[in-house]
Write a protein of this length. Structure first.
Length: 634
């Protein structure tokens, strides 16, 4: 219609312009009788008017044309906007319908006014059913106060964030939802609520599974008996440690967390850590690296370290596992020491046996020579010196046999309190006046299956060593107690075992023993005394007797504060045997006796036979009729 009007205006303008031109041309003719002057003037005016009108019409047509183009352009823009809005609305409707979250609207009373397909799928209600339902019928009862509170806060102008509720579906399932809402405004006034409800039931299950997994890991991490630490790989700041780590190093958790290895001073050699971290960055896993650590108390630990490179919060971390070998190495040293002592004892036993045979021959022949009266005084003196030396040598062999546990035992159930009481009477004279003895015996002790004479020998040896360790005097404490040990006692001493034991403790206040030689004190012939002051067999004998009694010795010592020996004897539940009455020594009467010699050394057998025969010469009766060969075979 606009296009038609534009053309008409142009046509009219052209007609008026042509008419004006015609009139102008007529008016320009010379005046004649047929064309008076008045007519010419009127024609000029009309022609001018027509020209003006045609100009106006022409301008109007141009304006109309421009206006029409603008209208067309605006109309096109409006159509495109309408199309875009329709497309956006369609897209919005598609997004809403295809969304996995429930998108809904309600009025201020909580009645549902619209809901998308997800609402039907999750709630199991149809849209028609939901359109007539109130949130009271959908939200689980315990969450209704929270919904009302959040709605009230919205109406009050607050902007609370998302919150979690549970809805009850048509089939009575509970679904966990995360709810975000906003007010619907009309003319600036709230008329309803629009909300987005996200089903996070699966996420909750995943979070719960993750929480349980983290809890299990945390419990396993805390309860792991092996010390474990998690630290930053770059700077070594400790993030977490388990209880075994705290117990091993002696620091509290507050003292450890956030610190570095250098600030704590746990690494004896920080270069070892630098090498470990360098290997960890290249290999991601390091196993069984020997390292030395320092505890809070200053104790040096020998350990094996394994490390793993892990990612936590997208940052590299090191998981450090420490195996403490200190106790195991100590027990291994004890075991090697025990094996060495057994080997030395076996050697000493063989030497002592052969040496004892030789001394027996020397003593026998020396005694026979001294029995004769046809030697001068110098010869008799020499023979007595030989006899005294052989007796000392024989005593040495007895000590070696005691160490090697080959000495003959006569054990019985005894009360160690009674044995120690008998020994204490002679100890004071042995120790001297500047050493005081403080006995502390338990009132009740289980019986010990032991040889009383050997126990006396142990106590005397320890008392003599204590006397030498206290040249200026001191105190010697001898005590007894009953102890019941469990399997954990092997962690303290490799020779220990579970059961009931009687403990005899001998403690002095002497100079103490250096820790460097503490493991050697039971070795035979090892002594710290001056030359000629000791044989080095005293503690060896103690060790051998205790092993013979199925017991063990524990030693603790500190320089300048003294030494304590603890002797553990197996306890007996049976009562103590009463001592047998001492019978009168029988009178030896010569007559028809027969001497039987049993010895694996033929030379010693012959000498014993010869000595016995010589001793019986002149006595009543006769020597057995069997020959020496027969006796040796016997």
């Amino acid at each position: 219609m606009q296009l038609l009007s534009y053309r008409r205006v142009g046509l009219y303008s052209l007609i008026f312009l042509c008419a004006g031109l015609i009139l102008s041309s007529v008016a320009a003719q010379p005046p004649t009788d047929k064309l008076p002057v008045l007519t010419r003037v009127a024609g000029n005016r009309v022609a001018s008017a027509l020209a003006i009108v045609s100009g106006i019409l022409l301008l109007s047509g141009v304006w109309i044309a421009v206006l029409q183009r603008q209208v067309r352009a605006q109309t096109l823009i409006l159509h495109k906007r309408i199309e875009r809005e329709a497309a956006l609305e369609e897209k919005h409707r598609a997004v809403v319908e295809n969304a996995n979250d429930i998108i809904y609207t309600t009025d201020l009373a909580g009645t549902c006014t619209s809901v998308n397909a997800a609402g039907e799928r999750i709630s199991r209600y149809t849209r028609q059913e939901l359109a007539s339902m109130n949130i009271v019928q959908l939200v689980a009862p315990e969450f209704l106060p929270l919904v009302h509170e959040m709605t009230a806060r919205k109406l009050a102008g607050e902007s609370p964030g998302p919150y979690e509720i549970e809805i009850v579906t048509r089939d009575r399932r509970r679904v966990a939802m995360e709810l975000s809402t906003r007010l619907i405004l009309q003319d600036g006034k709230p008329v309803g609520i629009q909300g987005i409800a996200r089903d996070f039931t699966d996420r909750r299950h995943i979070e719960e599974a993750l929480r349980q997994s983290e809890e299990r890991f945390s419990k396993a991490f805390r309860a792991m008996p092996i010390p474990i630490a998690i630290s930053k790989l770059a700077d070594g700041h400790i993030l977490d440690v388990n209880e075994a780590f705290v117990e091993l190093f002696g620091f509290s958790r507050d003292e450890i967390i956030g610190q570095t290895a250098s600030s704590l001073g746990t690494w004896v050699n920080l270069e070892n850590r630098a090498q470990l971290i360098q290997r960890l960055q290249l290999e991601r896993s390091v196993r069984d690296v020997e390292c030395r650590f320092r505890t809070k108390s200053g104790q040096i630990l020998e350990t094996l370290v394994s490390a793993e490179r892990i990612e936590l919060n997208n940052e590299p971390r090191s998981l450090l596992i420490t195996y403490d070998l200190t106790e195991r190495l100590r027990l291994e040293n004890q075991l090697r020491h025990s094996q060495k002592m057994d080997a030395v004892g076996q050697l000493a036993s063989g030497i002592a046996h052969d040496f004892n045979n030789i001394m027996t021959i020397i003593q026998g022949h020396t005694s026979l020579l001294l029995a004769k009266e046809d030697f001068d005084a110098d010869t008799v003196g020499s023979l007595k010196r030989v006899l005294a030396a052989s007796e000392r040598a024989a005593n040495l062999t007895r000590q070696l046999l005691a160490f090697s546990r080959k000495q003959v035992m006569q054990p019985k159930r005894i009360d160690l309190n009674q044995v120690l009481s008998a020994v204490l009477k002679m100890l004071q004279r042995l120790l001297g006046e500047n050493i005081s003895i403080e006995p502390e015996c338990a009132s009740v002790l289980p019986a010990a299956y032991a040889d009383a004479s050997m126990i006396e020998q142990i106590v005397i040896n320890l008392a003599v060593n204590a006397r030498d360790a206290m040249p200026k005097g001191g105190v010697l404490k001898i005590s007894t107690s009953s102890v019941k040990l469990n399997d954990a006692s092997r962690l303290r001493n490799a020779e220990a075992r579970a059961g009931l034991f009687v403990c005899v403790s001998v403690a002095d206040t002497g100079c103490g023993i250096d820790a460097a030689i503490l493991d050697k004190i039971f070795e035979p012939f090892f002594t710290t005394k001056q030359v000629g002051r000791g044989t080095g067999l005293g503690l060896s004998i103690v060790y051998g007797i205790m092993k013979q009694h199925q017991g063990w010795v524990e030693v603790t010592s500190e320089i300048g504060k003294g030494t304590t020996f603890k002797l553990f004897f197996p306890g007996e539940s049976k009562p103590v045997e009463s001592p047998a009455p001492i019978a009168a020594e029988p009178v030896l009467e010569g007559g028809t006796e027969t001497i039987l010699v049993v010895e694996d050394d033929s030379a010693l057998s012959y000498d014993l036979f010869f000595v016995a025969a010589s001793g019986l010469s002149g006595a009543r009766g006769s020597i057995g009729q069997r020959s020496f060969g027969q006796l040796a075979a016997t």
